[in-house]
Ligand binder design. Structure first.
Ligand code: GDP
Ligand code: IMO
Ligand code: MG
Length: 442
């Protein structure tokens, strides 16, 4: 048998509605990569890594920087809140991690990333709470309005933030426009452009040493034989194009986003690794066909400690949804799956898995393109016996209970994608690879 070697570049992304444990898996795999690049989203993400009991949650900065050997890149597809970035840099400093210091040349921001400004939060908050508007249940970080300005060609990029005269003009014009809209539509108090300019000039000075042309950095690194991991944020079903629109985020969190969000072309992407919980969770509003409102949903929430890493909101919980996973695998060209949080299911007597949908009495695997379509879905479940034994911290496949192995084999068979890794606890060490994937990593 010819053993495949690990490609020089890999996308790691969420296969569901976010919070699948991407941060943990990126941290584990970053040992094998020279660079980790974020390509979408902003500080709406919360990526938790636990190393020897010590927890760190990163929102904008790629999890790879927790290893001094790994360079972190914030790509052009990201929307950057400078205050959030600087707060995170301080977190790295407090943890004694070298990446915080620009002199270490371990952390870079794209000069083409968009900047989140206070009026983005103002508009989002007003719109989310306005009577008659569809509430999305956003993280209220200004993500949507910042991407709106980007697409409207009205955004401020990091390179522009560093140009003081352009910054002043931009803030004056934008405040005039946003204050007028917010007052007229939502009765919001205006923001002061002078104060905003002074604040953002200070941020600009502090972030300037991290700013570079990251597309050039990444492509040159690949030219020189270095390896790059693309760290996804959110999840496939939150993608602006492919997700459960309008209950989505405002960026392309799917694998295509790694291309546009970094400036590395598709032929340079070696593989795509999807991270999926052994069940499903979702934060915020929107369809969730396999949501469980009963005791089992509560058990998953309790054992999985399912509270948002960013907003602290309780996550809705339910059963693994194979039609959604197959869809996610299709739109991402996923080659490998990582299954996380197996241990959370340890106490379930029975486990439901949705294998297909029923719509108007007919079986279907098609994911509806509209929200009304989701309302007609009836999940069809296969019920399997729970393993009712602890898998917490197990790091060898053979030591997993037989029924847990069968559950994983069922997922691999039904989703059509090989399982590469399994996670049995939140700590970096509570992870293991299956033989084919392990051989590739070796
Ligand atoms: P991300 O956004 O995909 O990086 O995931 P989050 O960090 O928001 O949420 C995942 C949560 O599950 C975090 O609290 C992790 O520490 C935790 N976690 C990750 N993998 C496992 C696992 O295998 N078992 C358990 N019990 N917790 C896990
Ligand atoms: P990570 O990277 C889970 C959800 C929000 C809301 C919707 C839109 O940690 O997996 P936004 O603030 O982005 O406009 O909110 O998307 N959402 C997430 N849910 N994990 C995330 O990130 C999320 N980022 C956004 O709850 O429903
Ligand atoms: Mg998260």
């Amino acid at each position: 048998m010819i053993t495949k070697t690990l490609p020089k570049s890999a996308v790691i992304l969420g296969a569901q509605w976010g919070d699948e444990g991407k941060g943990k898996i990126v941290d584990v795999l970053s040992e094998k990569f020279d660079i980790v690049a974020r390509y979408a989203g902003g500080h709406n993400a919360g990526h938790t890594v636990i190393i020897e009991g010590k927890k760190i949650v990163l929102q904008l900065i790629p999890c790879g920087v927790l290893r001094p050997s790994c360079v972190g890149v914030i790509g052009n597809g990201v929307v950057l809140d400078p205050a959030a970035f600087l707060a995170e840099v301080k977190k790295l400093k407090d943890a004694g991690l070298p990446a915080h210091d620009p002199a270490a040349k371990q952390l870079f921001i794209s000069n083409r990333a968009q900047v989140i400004l206070p009026y983005h939060r103002m508009i989002e908050l007003a719109a989310e709470t306005a009577p008659g508007r569809q509430t999305i249940g956003t993280t209220r970080r200004g993500i949507g309005p910042a991407y709106e300005d980007k697409i409207h060609r009205n955004g401020l990029r990091v390179a522009d933030l560093l140009n003081t005269s352009l910054l002043r003009t931009h803030i004056n014009n934008a405040c005039h426009e946003k204050n007028t809209i917010a007052a007229a539509l939502f009765g919001t108090e205006p923001l002061d452009p002078k104060q905003m300019y002074e604040e953002y000039v200070r941020y600009a000075e502090q972030i300037a040493p991290y700013v570079t042309d990251t597309a050039e950095l990444l492509n040159k690194a690949l030219d020189n034989g270095k390896s790059v991991m693309f760290e996804g944020a959110q999840g496939a079903l939150l993608d602006i194009d492919h997700g459960t629109y309008p209950f989505v985020t405002s960026s392309n969190c799917t694998s295509g986003g790694a291309v546009t969000g970094t400036g590395v072309g598709p032929t340079r992407i070696g593989t795509v690794i999807g991270v999926s919980k052994a069940y499903v969770t979702r934060v915020g509003e929107g369809p969730f066909p396999t949501e469980d409102f009963g005791a089992e949903g509560e058990l998953l929430a309790r054992r999985g400690n399912e509270f948002g890493a960013v907003t602290g909101r309780p996550r809705r919980c339910g059963w693994l949804d194979l039609p959604l996973l197959r869809y996610s695998n299709m739109i991402n060209s996923t080659e490998w799956l990582v299954v996380t949080k197996m241990d959370v299911m340890d106490e379930l007597a029975e486990i439901n898995v949705c294998t297909t949908y029923k719509v108007d009495g007919k079986l279907t695997d098609t994911i509806p393109g509209d929200i009304r379509g989701f309302k007609t879905i009836e999940p069809v479940y296969t019920t399997v016996k729970g393993w009712n034994a602890s898998t917490a911290g197990i790091t060898e496949y053979d030591k997993l209970p037989k029924l847990a192995q069968e559950y994983l084999e069922f997922i691999a068979k039904e989703s059509g994608v090989k399982i590469g890794m399994i996670s049995t606890g939140p700590d970096r060490a509570e992870t293991f690879s299956l033989p084919e994937f392990a051989a590739m990593l070796a």
